[in-house]
Design a protein around this ligand. Structure first.
Ligand code: PEP
Ligand code: MG
Length: 573
Protein backbone atom coordinates (compact mmCIF):
# COMPACT_ATOMS: atom_id res chain seq x y z
CA UNK A 1 0.00 0.00 0.00
CA UNK A 2 1.39 3.42 -0.97
CA UNK A 3 -0.13 6.68 0.29
CA UNK A 4 0.59 9.92 -1.56
CA UNK A 5 -0.43 13.30 -0.19
CA UNK A 6 -1.52 16.05 -2.53
CA UNK A 7 -3.84 19.03 -2.57
CA UNK A 8 -7.54 18.32 -1.90
CA UNK A 9 -9.35 19.77 -4.92
CA UNK A 10 -12.86 18.36 -4.84
CA UNK A 11 -14.33 16.57 -1.81
CA UNK A 12 -15.56 13.01 -1.68
CA UNK A 13 -14.21 9.49 -1.78
CA UNK A 14 -13.79 7.30 -4.82
CA UNK A 15 -12.67 3.69 -4.83
CA UNK A 16 -11.92 1.87 -8.05
CA UNK A 17 -9.46 0.83 -10.71
CA UNK A 18 -7.05 3.40 -12.07
CA UNK A 19 -6.88 4.49 -15.66
CA UNK A 20 -3.62 6.28 -16.38
CA UNK A 21 -3.77 8.81 -19.18
CA UNK A 22 -0.44 8.89 -20.96
CA UNK A 23 1.05 12.32 -21.26
CA UNK A 24 1.26 13.70 -24.77
CA UNK A 25 -0.02 10.45 -26.14
CA UNK A 26 -1.56 10.85 -29.57
CA UNK A 27 -3.59 7.81 -30.40
CA UNK A 28 -4.71 7.59 -33.97
CA UNK A 29 -7.34 5.07 -34.81
CA UNK A 30 -8.70 4.13 -38.20
CA UNK A 31 -12.24 5.24 -38.77
CA UNK A 32 -14.38 4.42 -41.72
CA UNK A 33 -15.75 7.57 -43.39
CA UNK A 34 -18.99 7.08 -45.39
CA UNK A 35 -18.55 7.77 -49.09
CA UNK A 36 -20.84 10.81 -49.07
CA UNK A 37 -18.84 12.38 -46.19
CA UNK A 38 -15.30 12.06 -47.54
CA UNK A 39 -15.37 15.58 -48.99
CA UNK A 40 -16.08 16.91 -45.48
CA UNK A 41 -13.13 14.94 -44.16
CA UNK A 42 -10.89 16.42 -46.85
CA UNK A 43 -12.17 19.87 -45.91
CA UNK A 44 -11.35 19.21 -42.26
CA UNK A 45 -7.84 18.19 -43.26
CA UNK A 46 -7.41 21.38 -45.32
CA UNK A 47 -8.54 23.49 -42.39
CA UNK A 48 -5.96 21.80 -40.19
CA UNK A 49 -3.35 22.56 -42.85
CA UNK A 50 -4.31 26.23 -42.79
CA UNK A 51 -4.09 26.32 -39.03
CA UNK A 52 -0.67 24.72 -39.11
CA UNK A 53 0.45 27.38 -41.60
CA UNK A 54 -0.83 30.01 -39.18
CA UNK A 55 1.10 28.34 -36.34
CA UNK A 56 4.23 28.59 -38.43
CA UNK A 57 3.61 32.27 -39.19
CA UNK A 58 3.26 32.99 -35.49
CA UNK A 59 6.34 31.00 -34.60
CA UNK A 60 8.29 32.80 -37.31
CA UNK A 61 7.44 36.20 -35.84
CA UNK A 62 8.70 35.05 -32.46
CA UNK A 63 11.84 33.39 -33.79
CA UNK A 64 12.71 36.48 -35.82
CA UNK A 65 12.35 38.62 -32.73
CA UNK A 66 14.31 36.42 -30.36
CA UNK A 67 16.77 34.37 -32.41
CA UNK A 68 17.11 36.16 -35.72
CA UNK A 69 16.68 35.43 -39.40
CA UNK A 70 19.13 32.52 -39.55
CA UNK A 71 16.99 30.38 -37.23
CA UNK A 72 13.79 31.43 -38.94
CA UNK A 73 14.97 29.46 -41.99
CA UNK A 74 13.86 26.32 -40.22
CA UNK A 75 10.31 27.58 -40.47
CA UNK A 76 10.69 27.82 -44.24
CA UNK A 77 11.74 24.18 -44.29
CA UNK A 78 8.58 23.31 -42.35
CA UNK A 79 6.48 25.33 -44.77
CA UNK A 80 7.95 23.42 -47.68
CA UNK A 81 6.98 20.16 -46.03
CA UNK A 82 3.44 21.41 -45.55
CA UNK A 83 3.26 22.28 -49.24
CA UNK A 84 4.73 19.00 -50.39
CA UNK A 85 2.33 16.98 -52.55
CA UNK A 86 2.83 14.12 -50.11
CA UNK A 87 0.86 16.14 -47.62
CA UNK A 88 -1.38 18.22 -49.86
CA UNK A 89 -2.27 15.51 -52.39
CA UNK A 90 -1.45 12.09 -50.98
CA UNK A 91 -3.37 12.50 -47.73
CA UNK A 92 -6.60 13.73 -49.41
CA UNK A 93 -6.21 10.94 -51.98
CA UNK A 94 -6.15 8.34 -49.22
CA UNK A 95 -9.14 9.89 -47.51
CA UNK A 96 -11.16 9.80 -50.72
CA UNK A 97 -10.04 6.45 -52.06
CA UNK A 98 -9.72 4.49 -48.84
CA UNK A 99 -12.64 6.16 -47.02
CA UNK A 100 -10.58 6.76 -43.88
CA UNK A 101 -10.35 9.59 -41.37
CA UNK A 102 -7.80 12.36 -41.94
CA UNK A 103 -5.68 11.49 -38.90
CA UNK A 104 -5.27 7.93 -40.07
CA UNK A 105 -4.50 8.94 -43.67
CA UNK A 106 -1.89 11.38 -42.41
CA UNK A 107 -0.17 9.04 -39.99
CA UNK A 108 -0.03 6.25 -42.56
CA UNK A 109 1.52 8.62 -45.09
CA UNK A 110 4.07 9.82 -42.55
CA UNK A 111 4.97 6.27 -41.65
CA UNK A 112 5.59 5.41 -45.30
CA UNK A 113 7.84 8.46 -45.71
CA UNK A 114 9.66 7.59 -42.51
CA UNK A 115 10.55 4.19 -43.89
CA UNK A 116 11.96 5.85 -47.00
CA UNK A 117 13.98 8.31 -44.92
CA UNK A 118 15.46 5.52 -42.83
CA UNK A 119 17.16 4.14 -45.89
CA UNK A 120 19.01 7.38 -46.62
CA UNK A 121 22.67 7.10 -45.73
CA UNK A 122 23.52 10.75 -45.47
CA UNK A 123 22.95 11.63 -41.82
CA UNK A 124 21.96 15.22 -42.52
CA UNK A 125 19.22 14.21 -44.92
CA UNK A 126 18.15 11.28 -42.76
CA UNK A 127 17.63 13.66 -39.86
CA UNK A 128 15.24 15.81 -41.89
CA UNK A 129 12.57 13.30 -40.95
CA UNK A 130 12.44 14.93 -37.50
CA UNK A 131 11.19 18.08 -39.22
CA UNK A 132 8.63 16.00 -41.02
CA UNK A 133 7.40 14.56 -37.75
CA UNK A 134 7.37 17.91 -36.06
CA UNK A 135 5.11 19.26 -38.78
CA UNK A 136 3.06 16.06 -38.82
CA UNK A 137 2.49 16.26 -35.08
CA UNK A 138 1.26 19.84 -35.31
CA UNK A 139 -1.14 18.83 -38.03
CA UNK A 140 -2.36 15.86 -36.04
CA UNK A 141 -2.91 18.02 -32.99
CA UNK A 142 -5.10 20.38 -34.96
CA UNK A 143 -7.05 17.51 -36.40
CA UNK A 144 -7.54 15.82 -33.03
CA UNK A 145 -8.53 19.02 -31.29
CA UNK A 146 -11.24 19.64 -33.81
CA UNK A 147 -12.80 16.25 -33.71
CA UNK A 148 -11.44 14.54 -30.66
CA UNK A 149 -13.73 13.68 -27.86
CA UNK A 150 -11.10 14.27 -25.18
CA UNK A 151 -10.79 11.46 -22.71
CA UNK A 152 -13.06 9.30 -24.77
CA UNK A 153 -10.65 6.45 -24.21
CA UNK A 154 -11.33 6.40 -20.47
CA UNK A 155 -13.08 3.26 -19.44
CA UNK A 156 -16.27 3.73 -17.49
CA UNK A 157 -16.12 3.83 -13.72
CA UNK A 158 -12.40 4.35 -13.50
CA UNK A 159 -10.30 6.70 -11.42
CA UNK A 160 -8.45 8.87 -13.86
CA UNK A 161 -4.76 9.50 -13.22
CA UNK A 162 -3.00 12.09 -15.37
CA UNK A 163 -0.06 14.43 -15.42
CA UNK A 164 -2.44 17.35 -15.86
CA UNK A 165 -6.01 18.01 -16.91
CA UNK A 166 -7.21 21.20 -18.52
CA UNK A 167 -10.60 22.68 -17.64
CA UNK A 168 -11.69 21.77 -21.17
CA UNK A 169 -10.83 18.12 -20.44
CA UNK A 170 -12.69 18.23 -17.17
CA UNK A 171 -15.94 19.10 -18.91
CA UNK A 172 -15.88 15.65 -20.48
CA UNK A 173 -15.29 13.77 -17.26
CA UNK A 174 -18.91 13.38 -16.46
CA UNK A 175 -19.69 12.01 -19.89
CA UNK A 176 -16.83 9.57 -19.43
CA UNK A 177 -18.33 8.66 -16.04
CA UNK A 178 -15.02 8.77 -14.20
CA UNK A 179 -15.29 8.22 -10.45
CA UNK A 180 -12.62 10.75 -9.60
CA UNK A 181 -9.24 11.98 -10.75
CA UNK A 182 -5.74 12.62 -9.49
CA UNK A 183 -3.10 14.72 -11.22
CA UNK A 184 0.59 15.52 -10.77
CA UNK A 185 0.03 19.23 -11.35
CA UNK A 186 -2.56 21.75 -10.17
CA UNK A 187 -3.83 23.69 -7.18
CA UNK A 188 -6.96 23.84 -5.07
CA UNK A 189 -8.58 26.73 -6.92
CA UNK A 190 -7.47 25.85 -10.43
CA UNK A 191 -10.40 25.91 -12.81
CA UNK A 192 -10.00 22.20 -13.27
CA UNK A 193 -10.58 21.76 -9.52
CA UNK A 194 -13.57 24.12 -9.52
CA UNK A 195 -15.18 22.25 -12.38
CA UNK A 196 -14.58 18.94 -10.63
CA UNK A 197 -16.49 20.27 -7.62
CA UNK A 198 -19.36 21.44 -9.80
CA UNK A 199 -19.53 18.05 -11.44
CA UNK A 200 -19.30 16.40 -8.01
CA UNK A 201 -16.24 14.41 -8.96
CA UNK A 202 -13.76 13.85 -6.11
CA UNK A 203 -10.28 15.04 -7.04
CA UNK A 204 -6.76 15.36 -5.66
CA UNK A 205 -4.20 17.48 -7.50
CA UNK A 206 -0.58 18.57 -7.04
CA UNK A 207 0.60 15.00 -6.38
CA UNK A 208 3.97 15.48 -8.17
CA UNK A 209 4.41 12.03 -9.69
CA UNK A 210 1.22 10.06 -9.13
CA UNK A 211 0.98 9.44 -12.88
CA UNK A 212 4.25 7.53 -12.69
CA UNK A 213 3.48 5.65 -9.48
CA UNK A 214 0.13 4.26 -10.54
CA UNK A 215 -0.43 1.78 -13.36
CA UNK A 216 -3.71 1.32 -15.19
CA UNK A 217 -5.69 -1.37 -13.41
CA UNK A 218 -4.25 -0.72 -9.93
CA UNK A 219 -6.88 -0.43 -7.23
CA UNK A 220 -6.86 3.09 -5.86
CA UNK A 221 -8.64 5.01 -3.12
CA UNK A 222 -9.03 8.70 -3.82
CA UNK A 223 -9.78 10.85 -0.81
CA UNK A 224 -10.69 14.24 -2.22
CA UNK A 225 -11.45 15.65 1.21
CA UNK A 226 -8.05 14.92 2.77
CA UNK A 227 -6.09 15.12 -0.46
CA UNK A 228 -4.85 11.52 -0.42
CA UNK A 229 -4.33 8.84 -3.02
CA UNK A 230 -3.88 5.31 -1.69
CA UNK A 231 -2.46 2.84 -4.17
CA UNK A 232 -3.13 -0.90 -3.69
CA UNK A 233 -4.86 -0.34 -0.34
CA UNK A 234 -4.87 -2.97 2.40
CA UNK A 235 -8.14 -4.73 3.22
CA UNK A 236 -8.30 -2.67 6.41
CA UNK A 237 -7.98 0.65 4.52
CA UNK A 238 -10.56 -0.45 1.97
CA UNK A 239 -13.04 -1.32 4.73
CA UNK A 240 -12.41 1.96 6.50
CA UNK A 241 -12.96 4.01 3.35
CA UNK A 242 -16.07 2.12 2.34
CA UNK A 243 -17.52 3.01 5.74
CA UNK A 244 -16.45 6.64 5.32
CA UNK A 245 -18.17 6.72 1.93
CA UNK A 246 -21.40 5.55 3.56
CA UNK A 247 -21.05 8.20 6.24
CA UNK A 248 -20.65 10.98 3.67
CA UNK A 249 -23.81 9.78 1.92
CA UNK A 250 -25.71 9.83 5.22
CA UNK A 251 -24.46 13.32 6.02
CA UNK A 252 -25.56 14.55 2.62
CA UNK A 253 -28.99 13.05 3.18
CA UNK A 254 -29.23 14.82 6.53
CA UNK A 255 -28.56 18.16 4.85
CA UNK A 256 -31.61 17.71 2.64
CA UNK A 257 -33.92 19.19 5.30
CA UNK A 258 -32.22 22.55 4.71
CA UNK A 259 -33.51 22.88 1.15
CA UNK A 260 -35.95 25.76 1.08
CA UNK A 261 -35.20 26.95 4.64
CA UNK A 262 -34.08 30.58 4.84
CA UNK A 263 -30.41 31.33 5.12
CA UNK A 264 -30.18 33.28 8.35
CA UNK A 265 -28.07 33.34 11.48
CA UNK A 266 -29.45 32.28 14.88
CA UNK A 267 -29.95 35.95 15.77
CA UNK A 268 -31.96 36.67 12.63
CA UNK A 269 -29.49 38.21 10.19
CA UNK A 270 -30.69 37.22 6.73
CA UNK A 271 -27.91 36.49 4.25
CA UNK A 272 -28.38 35.95 0.55
CA UNK A 273 -27.12 32.55 -0.51
CA UNK A 274 -26.55 32.30 -4.24
CA UNK A 275 -25.04 29.52 -6.31
CA UNK A 276 -22.24 29.39 -8.86
CA UNK A 277 -22.97 27.87 -12.24
CA UNK A 278 -19.98 26.41 -14.04
CA UNK A 279 -21.61 24.26 -16.69
CA UNK A 280 -25.12 23.60 -17.94
CA UNK A 281 -24.94 20.08 -16.51
CA UNK A 282 -25.48 21.62 -13.11
CA UNK A 283 -28.58 23.66 -13.77
CA UNK A 284 -31.11 21.08 -12.56
CA UNK A 285 -29.24 20.44 -9.33
CA UNK A 286 -28.77 24.17 -8.86
CA UNK A 287 -32.46 25.01 -9.27
CA UNK A 288 -33.43 22.22 -6.89
CA UNK A 289 -31.31 23.84 -4.17
CA UNK A 290 -33.59 26.89 -4.37
CA UNK A 291 -30.83 29.51 -4.12
CA UNK A 292 -31.48 33.25 -3.96
CA UNK A 293 -30.11 33.43 -7.49
CA UNK A 294 -26.96 32.70 -9.44
CA UNK A 295 -24.17 34.85 -8.10
CA UNK A 296 -21.61 33.76 -10.66
CA UNK A 297 -22.41 32.22 -14.01
CA UNK A 298 -18.96 31.28 -15.34
CA UNK A 299 -19.72 31.49 -19.05
CA UNK A 300 -16.32 30.20 -20.15
CA UNK A 301 -17.50 26.64 -20.76
CA UNK A 302 -19.35 27.92 -23.81
CA UNK A 303 -16.02 28.84 -25.38
CA UNK A 304 -14.02 25.70 -24.56
CA UNK A 305 -13.45 22.68 -26.80
CA UNK A 306 -14.40 24.49 -29.98
CA UNK A 307 -12.71 26.36 -32.76
CA UNK A 308 -15.42 28.95 -33.41
CA UNK A 309 -16.81 31.25 -30.71
CA UNK A 310 -20.44 30.54 -29.76
CA UNK A 311 -22.92 32.48 -31.86
CA UNK A 312 -25.24 35.14 -30.51
CA UNK A 313 -28.18 32.79 -31.04
CA UNK A 314 -26.58 29.93 -29.14
CA UNK A 315 -25.62 32.17 -26.26
CA UNK A 316 -29.03 33.84 -26.17
CA UNK A 317 -30.61 30.40 -25.93
CA UNK A 318 -28.39 29.34 -23.05
CA UNK A 319 -28.69 32.56 -21.05
CA UNK A 320 -32.44 32.74 -21.64
CA UNK A 321 -32.88 29.17 -20.47
CA UNK A 322 -30.91 29.86 -17.30
CA UNK A 323 -32.67 33.19 -16.67
CA UNK A 324 -36.05 31.53 -17.08
CA UNK A 325 -35.18 28.63 -14.79
CA UNK A 326 -34.19 31.03 -12.02
CA UNK A 327 -36.79 33.78 -12.54
CA UNK A 328 -37.71 35.81 -10.51
CA UNK A 329 -34.33 35.29 -8.82
CA UNK A 330 -31.39 37.12 -10.44
CA UNK A 331 -28.70 35.58 -12.61
CA UNK A 332 -25.31 37.28 -12.69
CA UNK A 333 -23.61 36.34 -15.94
CA UNK A 334 -19.91 36.93 -15.95
CA UNK A 335 -18.54 37.77 -19.37
CA UNK A 336 -16.11 35.06 -20.39
CA UNK A 337 -12.93 34.97 -18.36
CA UNK A 338 -10.80 33.17 -20.93
CA UNK A 339 -7.06 32.94 -20.42
CA UNK A 340 -5.10 31.80 -17.37
CA UNK A 341 -5.68 28.06 -17.20
CA UNK A 342 -8.79 28.28 -19.38
CA UNK A 343 -7.36 28.01 -22.84
CA UNK A 344 -9.50 27.85 -25.92
CA UNK A 345 -9.02 26.72 -29.48
CA UNK A 346 -10.65 29.86 -30.81
CA UNK A 347 -7.53 31.07 -32.51
CA UNK A 348 -7.06 33.89 -29.99
CA UNK A 349 -3.40 33.13 -30.19
CA UNK A 350 -1.90 35.12 -27.37
CA UNK A 351 -3.27 33.19 -24.39
CA UNK A 352 -1.87 29.94 -25.75
CA UNK A 353 1.67 31.13 -25.80
CA UNK A 354 2.11 33.20 -22.69
CA UNK A 355 4.85 32.34 -20.23
CA UNK A 356 2.78 33.63 -17.36
CA UNK A 357 -0.86 33.37 -18.42
CA UNK A 358 -2.40 34.36 -15.09
CA UNK A 359 -0.68 37.73 -15.45
CA UNK A 360 -1.52 37.91 -19.10
CA UNK A 361 -4.26 38.49 -21.60
CA UNK A 362 -7.18 37.19 -19.58
CA UNK A 363 -10.80 38.13 -18.82
CA UNK A 364 -11.75 41.68 -19.68
CA UNK A 365 -8.28 42.32 -21.11
CA UNK A 366 -8.70 39.63 -23.72
CA UNK A 367 -12.25 40.63 -24.60
CA UNK A 368 -11.32 44.27 -25.04
CA UNK A 369 -8.67 43.05 -27.46
CA UNK A 370 -11.40 41.16 -29.36
CA UNK A 371 -14.37 43.56 -29.02
CA UNK A 372 -16.34 41.84 -31.78
CA UNK A 373 -16.47 38.60 -29.74
CA UNK A 374 -17.17 40.55 -26.56
CA UNK A 375 -20.07 42.41 -28.14
CA UNK A 376 -21.71 39.18 -29.28
CA UNK A 377 -21.76 38.00 -25.69
CA UNK A 378 -23.15 41.32 -24.44
CA UNK A 379 -25.89 41.26 -27.08
CA UNK A 380 -26.84 37.73 -26.06
CA UNK A 381 -26.97 38.70 -22.39
CA UNK A 382 -29.16 41.71 -23.20
CA UNK A 383 -31.50 39.58 -25.27
CA UNK A 384 -31.81 37.09 -22.43
CA UNK A 385 -32.65 39.91 -20.04
CA UNK A 386 -36.24 39.77 -21.38
CA UNK A 387 -36.56 36.28 -19.93
CA UNK A 388 -35.58 36.96 -16.34
CA UNK A 389 -33.45 39.11 -14.07
CA UNK A 390 -30.06 39.17 -15.69
CA UNK A 391 -27.00 41.16 -14.68
CA UNK A 392 -23.54 41.46 -16.27
CA UNK A 393 -20.31 40.93 -14.35
CA UNK A 394 -16.87 41.89 -15.66
CA UNK A 395 -13.88 39.70 -14.76
CA UNK A 396 -10.30 40.77 -14.03
CA UNK A 397 -10.94 44.51 -13.84
CA UNK A 398 -7.93 46.57 -12.80
CA UNK A 399 -8.74 50.06 -14.06
CA UNK A 400 -11.48 52.56 -14.73
CA UNK A 401 -10.69 52.54 -18.45
CA UNK A 402 -11.59 48.86 -18.72
CA UNK A 403 -14.99 49.39 -17.11
CA UNK A 404 -15.72 52.39 -19.30
CA UNK A 405 -14.75 50.53 -22.48
CA UNK A 406 -16.96 47.60 -21.52
CA UNK A 407 -19.81 49.95 -20.70
CA UNK A 408 -19.49 51.63 -24.08
CA UNK A 409 -19.80 48.26 -25.77
CA UNK A 410 -22.81 47.38 -23.59
CA UNK A 411 -24.53 50.65 -24.51
CA UNK A 412 -23.70 50.10 -28.19
CA UNK A 413 -25.07 46.57 -28.05
CA UNK A 414 -28.24 47.89 -26.40
CA UNK A 415 -28.74 50.58 -29.05
CA UNK A 416 -28.11 48.15 -31.87
CA UNK A 417 -30.68 45.72 -30.56
CA UNK A 418 -33.27 48.43 -30.05
CA UNK A 419 -32.73 49.71 -33.59
CA UNK A 420 -33.14 46.12 -34.83
CA UNK A 421 -36.54 46.08 -33.17
CA UNK A 422 -35.68 43.93 -30.15
CA UNK A 423 -37.74 44.98 -27.15
CA UNK A 424 -35.49 45.40 -24.13
CA UNK A 425 -36.65 46.10 -20.61
CA UNK A 426 -34.85 48.50 -18.27
CA UNK A 427 -31.05 48.65 -18.59
CA UNK A 428 -29.13 45.67 -17.33
CA UNK A 429 -27.06 46.22 -14.18
CA UNK A 430 -23.31 45.91 -14.57
CA UNK A 431 -20.97 44.78 -11.82
CA UNK A 432 -17.28 44.03 -11.52
CA UNK A 433 -15.25 41.22 -10.05
CA UNK A 434 -12.84 42.50 -7.45
CA UNK A 435 -9.97 40.08 -7.72
CA UNK A 436 -6.92 42.19 -8.47
CA UNK A 437 -5.32 44.12 -5.58
CA UNK A 438 -5.27 47.32 -7.66
CA UNK A 439 -9.06 47.16 -7.90
CA UNK A 440 -9.41 46.90 -4.12
CA UNK A 441 -7.21 49.91 -3.54
CA UNK A 442 -8.96 52.00 -6.19
CA UNK A 443 -12.45 50.73 -5.50
CA UNK A 444 -13.90 54.07 -4.39
CA UNK A 445 -13.36 55.38 -7.92
CA UNK A 446 -14.28 52.19 -9.75
CA UNK A 447 -17.58 52.03 -7.86
CA UNK A 448 -18.73 55.19 -9.62
CA UNK A 449 -19.07 53.12 -12.78
CA UNK A 450 -20.57 49.86 -11.53
CA UNK A 451 -23.79 48.81 -9.79
CA UNK A 452 -22.40 46.00 -7.66
CA UNK A 453 -19.29 44.06 -6.76
CA UNK A 454 -18.36 40.41 -6.47
CA UNK A 455 -15.24 39.44 -4.58
CA UNK A 456 -13.24 36.83 -6.45
CA UNK A 457 -11.13 35.46 -3.66
CA UNK A 458 -9.54 32.75 -5.81
CA UNK A 459 -7.70 35.29 -7.87
CA UNK A 460 -7.42 37.92 -5.18
CA UNK A 461 -5.47 35.47 -3.01
CA UNK A 462 -3.19 34.50 -5.89
CA UNK A 463 -2.42 38.10 -6.74
CA UNK A 464 -2.11 39.40 -3.17
CA UNK A 465 0.23 36.59 -2.18
CA UNK A 466 1.93 36.16 -5.59
CA UNK A 467 1.05 32.47 -5.59
CA UNK A 468 0.02 30.94 -8.90
CA UNK A 469 -3.24 29.16 -8.12
CA UNK A 470 -2.42 26.14 -10.27
CA UNK A 471 1.22 25.72 -9.30
CA UNK A 472 1.57 22.74 -6.95
CA UNK A 473 5.05 23.85 -5.82
CA UNK A 474 3.63 26.87 -4.04
CA UNK A 475 0.20 25.54 -3.10
CA UNK A 476 1.23 25.53 0.58
CA UNK A 477 1.54 29.32 0.32
CA UNK A 478 -1.95 29.77 -1.15
CA UNK A 479 -3.75 30.83 1.98
CA UNK A 480 -7.18 32.45 2.48
CA UNK A 481 -6.35 33.07 6.14
CA UNK A 482 -3.25 35.12 5.47
CA UNK A 483 -3.86 38.38 7.35
CA UNK A 484 -3.04 40.41 4.23
CA UNK A 485 -5.90 38.73 2.40
CA UNK A 486 -8.29 39.52 5.25
CA UNK A 487 -7.20 43.15 5.23
CA UNK A 488 -7.75 43.45 1.49
CA UNK A 489 -11.21 41.95 1.86
CA UNK A 490 -12.10 44.30 4.68
CA UNK A 491 -10.92 47.28 2.65
CA UNK A 492 -13.06 46.18 -0.30
CA UNK A 493 -16.28 45.59 1.67
CA UNK A 494 -15.89 48.89 3.49
CA UNK A 495 -15.47 50.79 0.20
CA UNK A 496 -18.53 49.16 -1.36
CA UNK A 497 -20.76 49.81 1.64
CA UNK A 498 -19.60 53.40 1.91
CA UNK A 499 -21.12 53.90 -1.54
CA UNK A 500 -24.26 52.02 -0.47
CA UNK A 501 -23.73 49.24 -3.02
CA UNK A 502 -24.06 45.46 -2.87
CA UNK A 503 -21.18 43.05 -2.44
CA UNK A 504 -20.99 39.28 -2.62
CA UNK A 505 -18.17 36.77 -2.31
CA UNK A 506 -18.08 34.24 -5.14
CA UNK A 507 -14.63 32.66 -4.78
CA UNK A 508 -14.02 29.31 -3.13
CA UNK A 509 -13.46 31.03 0.21
CA UNK A 510 -17.24 31.48 0.41
CA UNK A 511 -17.59 27.68 0.21
CA UNK A 512 -15.06 27.10 2.99
CA UNK A 513 -16.96 26.62 6.23
CA UNK A 514 -13.95 27.76 8.27
CA UNK A 515 -13.81 31.09 6.46
CA UNK A 516 -17.56 31.75 6.51
CA UNK A 517 -17.70 33.33 10.03
CA UNK A 518 -15.03 35.83 8.98
CA UNK A 519 -16.87 36.74 5.78
CA UNK A 520 -20.15 37.11 7.67
CA UNK A 521 -18.31 39.33 10.15
CA UNK A 522 -17.11 41.48 7.24
CA UNK A 523 -20.76 42.24 6.56
CA UNK A 524 -20.89 41.01 2.96
CA UNK A 525 -24.43 40.96 1.60
CA UNK A 526 -24.29 37.66 -0.23
CA UNK A 527 -22.36 34.46 -0.72
CA UNK A 528 -22.22 32.66 -4.01
CA UNK A 529 -21.07 29.09 -3.54
CA UNK A 530 -20.59 25.90 -5.49
CA UNK A 531 -23.69 23.72 -5.76
CA UNK A 532 -21.72 20.95 -4.08
CA UNK A 533 -21.20 23.00 -0.92
CA UNK A 534 -24.49 24.93 -0.99
CA UNK A 535 -26.37 23.08 1.75
CA UNK A 536 -23.29 22.68 3.94
CA UNK A 537 -22.68 26.43 3.85
CA UNK A 538 -26.31 27.10 4.61
CA UNK A 539 -25.96 24.80 7.61
CA UNK A 540 -22.86 26.69 8.78
CA UNK A 541 -24.61 30.05 8.44
CA UNK A 542 -27.69 28.89 10.26
CA UNK A 543 -25.52 27.85 13.19
CA UNK A 544 -23.73 31.23 13.45
CA UNK A 545 -24.62 34.13 15.70
CA UNK A 546 -24.10 37.30 13.67
CA UNK A 547 -23.26 39.37 16.74
CA UNK A 548 -20.33 37.02 17.46
CA UNK A 549 -18.81 37.30 14.01
CA UNK A 550 -17.84 40.99 14.10
CA UNK A 551 -15.63 40.67 17.22
CA UNK A 552 -14.21 37.43 15.78
CA UNK A 553 -13.21 39.22 12.59
CA UNK A 554 -11.92 42.17 14.63
CA UNK A 555 -9.62 39.82 16.51
CA UNK A 556 -8.44 38.09 13.34
CA UNK A 557 -7.57 41.45 11.84
CA UNK A 558 -5.17 42.17 14.70
CA UNK A 559 -3.21 39.00 14.03
CA UNK A 560 0.07 38.79 12.20
CA UNK A 561 0.03 35.22 10.92
CA UNK A 562 -2.32 32.79 9.26
CA UNK A 563 -1.57 30.22 11.96
CA UNK A 564 -2.94 32.55 14.64
CA UNK A 565 -6.07 33.22 12.59
CA UNK A 566 -6.66 29.52 12.02
CA UNK A 567 -6.13 28.75 15.69
CA UNK A 568 -8.66 31.42 16.59
CA UNK A 569 -11.21 29.84 14.25
CA UNK A 570 -10.53 26.34 15.59
CA UNK A 571 -10.94 27.46 19.20
CA UNK A 572 -14.26 28.95 18.26
CA UNK A 573 -15.24 25.39 17.39
C1 PEP B 1 -12.37 34.10 -8.28
O1 PEP B 1 -11.33 34.49 -8.80
O2 PEP B 1 -12.53 34.01 -7.05
C2 PEP B 1 -13.51 33.70 -9.12
C3 PEP B 1 -14.68 33.43 -8.58
O3 PEP B 1 -13.30 33.58 -10.44
P1 PEP B 1 -12.60 32.33 -11.15
O4 PEP B 1 -12.34 31.29 -10.10
O5 PEP B 1 -13.52 31.86 -12.19
O6 PEP B 1 -11.35 32.93 -11.67
MG1 MG C 1 -11.35 34.96 -10.88
Amino acid sequence: MIIIKGVPASPGIAIGKAYVLEDEEIVVSRQEIPKDKVHLEVKRFKQALEKTHRDLDNTEVKVLKTLGREHAKLIDAHRLILRDPLITKEVPRRIVEEHVNAEFALSETLERVNQAFEKIEDEFFRDRRHDLFDVGKRLLEHLLRQERKPLSTVRESAILIARNLLPSDTLHLREAKVLGFATDLGGRTSHTAILAQSLEIPAVVGLSDVSRQVKSGDVVILDGTQGLVIISPSAEALGRYEKAQQKVLQEEKALEVLRGLPCQTTDGRRLELLANLDSLDEIKTLVSLRPDGIGLFRSEFLYLNRTVAPSEEEQTRVYSQVAESLSPQPVIIRTADIGGDRLTELGLEAPKEEVNPFMGLRGIRLFLRYPEIFKIQLRAILRASCKGRVKVLLPMVSSLGEIRSAKRLLVQAHQELVSEGVKLESPVEMGMMVEIPAAVVLLDFLLEEVDFVSLGTNDLIQYVLAVDRVNEHVSHLYDPFHPSVLRFLQMAVESVHKKGKWVSVCGEMASDHRAVPLLVGLGVDAFSVSTRMFLRIKQTMRSLKFSDTKPLLGKALTMATSEEVQKLLEERG
